[in-house]
Write a protein that binds this ligand. Structure first.
Ligand code: SF4
Length: 313
């Protein structure tokens, strides 16, 4: 990402005053450590804390590690995710991860060591017995998802959800958004490995639109609210009520591995995505008409007109 775009986004986020944290992720953001420190300086002046996802390639000596951790912490780093698993360890030795995790934890930074595995049996914790007793360090274990280079790999993970999982088929955050801006400006309403594959959930391009506008697109979307607060089951009902042919066209909920995989299957398919969006556009019109009628019958036509003038005008 060009530094000017990152700086602009930070200033806009500060002006909006609604973001709790800025996160730097990648790729590997600390390939550009000096630029991250410069951006963190701006964040500090705005009193916005930040987080980082890193694989800790930079933690090759004690002094290099402590210096960088100290500089990051001094500027407001509150949480770090250190990615380490066989895929990352082909490039970054475990010893770097252990060194970095200890240094972050010693500075009081919430530290997560995060791994993604090709099978169901390995856990991140089991790979790092050296960190088991370190206060402030915790572990997260993920399974590799069928996306990007992993579409060509053999994944030995369970792929079928049971009926009881259907209720859980919803976005990982029910209220707030993780607004994610990629290096090229493409912006998404969540942090999912499937963002780029689910291109029809893209909110727009930060090179063109303001952060406020992009945020409003996420917050103002009835479809997004349904996916976040009620889940795909409820969203399917709305979509099918406006377009019954979607009942057979949408992927089966019982076959869904997880919400984001399902999201990719729907919103990575242009035709299906268009039909779902159009069903929700009709639903939105129906709800607005019902609301306006309700206001009219409760408060009268004159108050209705005043409210509509204020909202629209
Ligand atoms: S279900 Fe879709 S919109 Fe929700 S978090 Fe996953 S990828 Fe994002």
């Amino acid at each position: 990402m060009p530094r000017a775009l990152a700086e602009r986004l930070i200033h806009e986020a500060a002006d909006m005053g609604i973001f709790s944290t800025v996160g730097f992720t990648g790729g590997e953001p600390l390939m550009f450590a000096n630029e991250i420190l410069a951006l963190a300086d701006i964040l500090k002046t705005k009193s916005i804390p930040f987080t980082i996802a890193t694989a800790a390639h930079w933690a090759s000596t004690e002094s290099a590690t402590n210096n960088l951790v100290h500089e990051l912490h001094a500027r407001g780093l509150t949480r770090v995710g250190i990615s380490s698993d066989p895929s990352h360890q082909a490039f970054v030795p475990k010893v770097n991860v252990i060194r970095a995790a200890r240094a972050f934890a010693a500075h009081g930074v919430e530290t997560h060591v995060v791994g993604a595995f090709f099978d169901d049996s390995t856990t991140t914790e089991s790979m790092f017995p050296e960190l088991a007793e370190v206060e402030g360090v915790s572990f997260k274990t993920h399974r590799v998802c069928r996306v990007g280079g992993a579409t060509k790999k053999r994944l030995n993970v369970s792929s079928k959800a049971t009926e009881s999982h259907i209720q859980g088929l919803r976005c990982y955050r029910s209220i707030y958004h993780d607004i994610v801006v990629f290096h090229d400006g493409k912006t998404y309403p969540c942090c999912s490995v499937f963002n780029r594959a689910a291109r029809d959930i893209c909110l727009g391009d930060a090179n063109v639109d303001s952060l406020r506008r992009l945020y409003q697109r996420a917050e103002g979307s009835l479809l997004m609210r349904a996916l976040k607060r009620q889940g795909f089951g409820a969203a399917y009902q709305v979509a099918v009520s406006h377009d019954p042919t979607l009942a057979s066209a949408l992927p089966k909920l019982v076959d869904a591995k997880d919400a984001c995989s399902l999201c990719r299957d729907i919103f990575g398919n242009r035709d299906l995505a268009r039909r779902v969006h159009s069903a929700f556009a009709e639903e939105e019109v129906d709800r607005i008409v019902a609301l306006v009628r309700n206001i009219e019958s409760t408060l009268g036509p004159s108050v209705r007109d005043t409210i509509i003038d204020e909202v629209i005008g």
